[in-house]
Design a protein around this ligand. Structure first.
Ligand SMILES: [Zn+2]
Length: 105
């Protein structure tokens, strides 16, 4: 079988994908107050779009969902944020696991 190379999606489409991801996170934030399940669904959709169009989810947005259970996280409600010597630690209260982000130099 011939080797299939990944053909990137056109830049125009990738730009739209990025906008949709941003928008979904905005909506997830709004929906969280009255329906956390809906915001989890928005995270799921944003991730799917990211994978399909091969675009990265920006780092500030990456901190807004759990990388283990993909739940939408809101500091103080379902996640705990602590600073350590080397990194920023997010503790997900849904699945009781940590996410660590190194400090930027
Ligand atoms: Zn989690």
């Amino acid at each position: 079988m011939p080797i299939r190379k990944h053909k990137p999606k056109p830049a125009r489409e990738r730009k739209i994908a990025l906008q949709r991801i941003e928008h979904l996170f905005k909506q997830a934030d709004k929906a969280f107050k009255y329906n956390p399940k809906l915001s989890n669904r928005y995270v799921q959709l944003a991730r799917k779009i990211g994978m399909k169009y091969k675009v990265k989810i920006r780092s500030p947005l990456k901190k807004r969902f759990c990388k283990h259970c993909y739940h939408y996280l809101k500091p103080g409600i379902n996640c705990r944020v602590r600073l350590t010597q080397k990194h920023l630690a997010y503790y997900c209260l849904e699945c009781k696991r940590y996410m660590r982000f190194p400090y930027k130099k």
